[in-house]
Design a protein around this ligand. Structure first.
Ligand code: ZN
Length: 304
């Protein structure tokens, strides 16, 4: 198997956002530069949320200013900014992010709690952002459907709910749709069915998958996604992060764990596994973790 699987490094955003300790702007910049040197060509660098609500994500503008602009933004090579609304989009454009990842929650419960908007209102916001980009320019837009497998407020999320949003996002012409298991409740068989359903609803839009390992199904879900033909997956170095709705839970699937699993099977990822392991260990120590959440950071690779 020589198929290339693109792994989007989300540690600097999704990982750090769910850690108790916050890193300084300089520490975040050093982390991003190290990850890029280790092979991260597409990386979620910042989040344009209100730093009063999410203090871990403070300094987005300073971080983007500290990175030499690449200006590529072709979904193969980008620094991504997370965007929840038009204000976030404006900050993302002003900061010269290469790509905007606009989040639409699959449920009203999660949307109202996190973004003060129902699922339908968030789809409207996505449409307004796409329209603004078409009129005034801006980076390519990927759309994440969060809580796409289950919601801490509304419970089970049906395939129909996810498909309805995917169909609308696809018809808006976004560059990519991300199906996200925000709270880590998916199983591999549901992943396969949901990938097939979203692909049918948005046949011209590239798919990406985002898994949390909250209940130890993260790598199995990644396997199911790759088997279903998805070529783009999110992961977080060191397995950083957590789940705000499951205290003591682990975070995203570890980038080094995913790289190891895929490259062991013959896929290409473009990452340097040893460098990733070293970053995962260092950042976990800096964040005061007793041990890194990723298996590879604990066990090392094979063969040595
Ligand atoms: Zn996440």
């Amino acid at each position: 198997m020589s198929r290339f699987i693109q792994i989007v490094e989300v540690g600097p955003r999704d990982g750090l956002q769910n850690e108790k300790l916050s890193l300084s702007v300089d520490e975040k910049l050093a982390m991003i530069r190290r990850l890029e040197a280790a092979g991260a060509k597409r990386l979620e660098a910042v989040s344009f949320v209100n730093p009063n609500r999410v203090p871990q994500m403070a300094g987005a503008e300073e971080i983007m200013a500290g990175l030499a602009p690449e200006g590529l933004g072709d979904l193969e090579h980008s620094r991504i900014g997370l965007v929840l609304n038009m204000r976030g989009w404006e900050r993302c454009v002003a900061s010269q992010c290469d790509e905007a990842n606009v989040v639409v929650c699959a449920t009203d419960g999660f949307g109202l709690a996190n973004q003060g908007a129902t699922a339908a209102q968030q789809v409207d916001a996505l449409a307004a952002i796409v329209e603004r980009q078409a009129a005034l320019g801006g980076p390519p837009i990927s759309a994440t459907i969060s809580v796409a497998f289950g919601c801490p407020f509304d419970g089970e999320v049906s395939e129909d709910q996810v498909v309805a949003i995917a169909r609308q996002a696809g018809s808006l012409g976004v560059a990519e749709i991300v199906i996200a298991d925000t709270i880590g409740v998916a199983d591999p068989w549901t992943v396969r069915r949901r990938v097939e359903a979203v692909r049918a609803a948005a046949p011209d839009t590239r798919l990406r998958l985002h898994f949390h390992d909250t209940r130890n199904t993260g790598l199995a879900n990644a396997f199911a996604g790759v088997e279903a033909g998805v070529d783009v997956l999110d992961a977080s170095v060191g397995g950083l992060g957590g789940c705000p709705f499951a205290p003591n839970a682990t975070g995203n699937i570890g980038t080094e764990d995913l790289v190891y699993m895929l490259e062991r099977a013959g896929f290409e990822t473009g990452y340097d596994l040893d460098a990733l392991i070293a970053i995962g260990r260092d950042i976990s120590e800096r964040l005061g973790k007793a041990a890194p959440a990723s298996s590879l950071a604990r066990a090392g690779g094979f063969p040595a």
